[in-house]
Write a protein that binds this ligand. Structure first.
Ligand code: ADP
Length: 305
């Protein structure tokens, strides 16, 4: 089974012709709300890709929290490890989207920021009995660190999506088996420039060595993914699927959730990356965050052409 430790973010998206000036109130041109947060996105993706999935995280005792519990339950995700904070509300994201697709985003972590290493300790049972743990960097680092340590010590395969990217404690890095950065994150973590894709293998090798990884999978957006399997001793560039992309939000999470699900179900790393590459592509054909993750059947159909 898969366990995801991560964030819950209710996105309230406004569209407008331009950004408001200081002090200005501006009429927007559109509005949409989505359930997201990297943790939720990955958990829904993993469940839809056919893995028993549980999520660990913190929400508020509010309406948005209820919406998350409904979405997760309707996707078969075990929410019994979700903590409801008595006073802090559920996390929110407030993106402003401009006509050219550019955006500005305010996120307010709220309950997400309250999760502690003790909360993680309380979820020891699910963290240590899963086959795969997937973690991102949207929660306080103490919580991510504690979860990775518990799982790693129990022999659980650990996956880290290093987003949002920042300096990573080498102690935390030592508990990661598989690192899944996008190109920008991979470059930031090594301090190397990534001007073009030819540098990706070198950057992945450096990350694998510095962190002592089993594997490094770099996602390349509309160009697919690159996998370096240190255990298996090989590397492979996997081409993207040609799909009708409308919204790339959550593509990386659909990819990681799918990767975790396949590995939990016993797939080889490269096969798992191939299917994740299909899942990531399909997620870009639908608007939204968590709800844009595809079904296993759809991803398999795309992969098999
Ligand atoms: P992130 O969302 O973290 O920035 P990427 O943009 O690298 O991550 O996307 C993650 C994965 O989703 C890619 O490796 C690829 O498999 C798939 N993907 C993303 N954008 C596209 C696209 N335009 N066409 C096809 N596949 C895509």
């Amino acid at each position: 089974d898969v366990c995801v430790l991560g964030s819950f973010m209710k996105d309230l998206v406004a569209s407008a012709e331009r950004r408001p000036l200081p002090g200005e109130t501006l009429h927007g041109t559109g509005f949409a709300e989505f359930l997201g947060g990297k943790g939720v996105n990955q958990a829904v993706a993993a469940a839809r890709m056919g893995a028993g999935t549980a999520i660990v995280g913190t929400i508020g005792e509010d309406r948005y929290g209820e919406e998350f519990l409904e979405l997760l339950a309707s996707n078969g995700v075990d929410t019994s490890w979700v903590v409801r904070h008595p006073s802090l509300g559920t996390g929110v994201g407030l993106p402003l989207v401009l006509p050219d697709g550019g955006n500005s985003i305010i996120i307010v972590s709220r309950a997400n920021a309250a999760i502690t290493a003790l909360d993680v300790e309380a979820a020891r049972e699910v963290l240590t009995s899963s086959k795969v743990l997937s973690v991102q960097l949207e929660l306080p680092v103490e919580a991510s660190h504690a979860a990775l340590r518990l799982a790693s010590d129990a022999g659980v395969t650990t996956i880290l999506t290093p987003a949002p990217v920042g300096p990573v404690d080498p102690a935390l890095a030592s508990y990661v088996d598989i690192l899944v950065p996008n190109e920008v994150e991979a470059a930031a973590l090594t301090g190397l420039d990534c001007d073009d894709e030819s540098q990706v293998p070198m950057i992945a090798r450096k990350l694998a060595e510095d962190w002592g990884l089993r594997a490094c999978v770099v996602t390349l957006g509309s160009r697919g993914a690159y996998v370096l399997d240190r255990d298996g001793g090989f590397e492979e560039r996997i081409a993207a699927h040609d799909v009708a992309t409308v919204d790339t939000v959550g593509a990386g999470d659909a990819f990681c959730g799918s990767l975790a699900a396949s590995l939990a179900n016993g797939a080889d790393l490269v096969d798992a990356v191939r299917l994740a590459n299909a899942a990531g592509a399909l997620s870009t054909t639908v608007n939204g965050a968590a709800d844009s993750a595809p079904s296993q059947a759809a991803a398999v159909a795309l992969l098999d052409g």
